[in-house]
Write a protein that binds this ligand. Structure first.
Ligand code: SF4
Ligand code: SF4
Length: 348
């Protein structure tokens, strides 16, 4: 039912400017301090209640959203995150949870799965404990996160278990080994994201240029991305498209992150206090607690989204880019269809 809803909503979004997916930050609090993220600096924002989310789900259903991505901050810091997932899943949304994995154990994974979670994404940028803690500002968390991924893989059999790898100067040399470990030994899907560096004034999901070496050495990037491309051609469980891998390669070598995005048209972000922005790195243009379905089609809403989007210098987030490519770039459709058939054959 959820997949058919996604399929049915696709033409409306691809051809008629209807929103398709949204990212919901149920908290901005986080127990980690990753070097490429400033979301936790918004941690004092109010957090909506379960009844607010029930109203939000009805609103999103009325405007035709097919997929919601529950994230944070760290969403599992909320004791009711499983309940929030269940609420959206019961209302028919494809519901994905993104987590850093440090608070995920077998019990919580089982509850999420029982409550109707579609897919789960867990971050893992290295296989070395000291490097993990250096990247995430944590202490001895790697083993716990690996256990969380293994639990997810063994318990959650009906959806994708995705491991999100952020590429930076700290891990690029070992990134093919991480992808091999994730796809073969953990038997999960790898999502390979370059670290995002942007000049967008409101950006929170961006690395401080002083913290990272950027752009990276062209020769290293080419060597590593040639390996990713070969692994994908050979059928490795790499979820990002070939187009995204090619765009990532260009960006990591040149810093060029400009692209034709659809923030505020095909997708948007909702923060924990209900404020809505075209994407996580743009200012809020409305608040879902006071919005009606008609507001999403209003000229005022569209103009506000368009103004911010057009002023944005770009980004390299796979979530936004892949949503745009899937909806608006026919060149990637054959590859996506082939990937989809492969997932059916493998059953996750
Ligand atoms: S990237 Fe995720 S896990 Fe890391 S500090 Fe930001 S919200 Fe927390
Ligand atoms: S390019 Fe689009 S999705 Fe990316 S940060 Fe800018 S407005 Fe957001």
């Amino acid at each position: 039912m959820k997949f058919s809803r996604m399929l049915l909503r696709w033409p409306a979004s691809a051809f008629f400017r209807k929103p398709y997916t949204c990212n919901i930050k149920i908290t901005q609090r986080c127990n980690l301090r990753c070097h490429f993220c400033g979301l936790w600096k918004l941690s004092d924002r109010e957090e909506m209640s379960i009844s607010d989310y029930s109203r939000l789900a009805d609103l999103l259903k009325k405007i035709g959203i097919a997929r919601v991505v529950i994230t944070g901050g760290e969403p599992l810091l909320r004791d009711d995150s499983e309940e929030i997932v269940g609420l959206f899943a019961r209302k028919g949304f494809s519901t994905t949870l993104l987590t850093n994995g440090t608070l995920l154990d077998r019990d919580r994974m089982a509850r999420l799965s029982r409550n109707g979670l579609s897919d789960i994404g867990i971050s893992l940028d290295t296989l070395d404990s000291d490097t993990f803690d250096a990247i995430c500002g944590s202490r001895n968390q790697l083993d716990h996160v690996l256990d969380a991924i293994r639990s997810a893989r063994s318990i959650h059999r009906k959806g994708f278990v995705m491991v999100m790898i952020t590429i930076s100067h700290r891990n690029i040399e070992l990134a093919p080994d991480i992808v091999r470990f994730v796809t073969q030994e953990l038997d999960c899907w790898a999502i390979i994201n370059p670290v995002n560096i942007t000049q967008a004034p409101e950006a929170v999901l961006t690395a401080d240029r002083g913290e990272v070496e950027f752009p990276l050495q062209a020769e290293t990037v080419d060597r590593v991305y040639d390996r990713f491309a070969a692994m994908k051609r050979a059928g490795a469980k790499i979820m990002v498209s070939s187009r995204f891998l090619a765009d990532s390669r260009t960006y990591l070598k040149s810093g060029n992150s400009a692209w034709n995005c659809h923030a505020g048209i095909s997708y948007f972000t909702i923060f924990s206090d209900g404020s809505l922005a075209p994407c996580s790195d743009l200012p809020a243009v409305a608040n879902v607690r006071t919005m009606t379905p008609e507001d999403f089609g209003s000229n005022a809403f569209r103009d506000a989204c368009d103004t911010h989007r057009m002023a944005c210098p770009g980004c390299i987030f796979s979530c936004w880019r892949e949503a745009s490519y899937l909806l608006h770039d026919p060149r990637i459709w054959p590859e996506r269809f082939r990937d989809f058939l492969r997932t059916l054959i493998r059953k996750g």
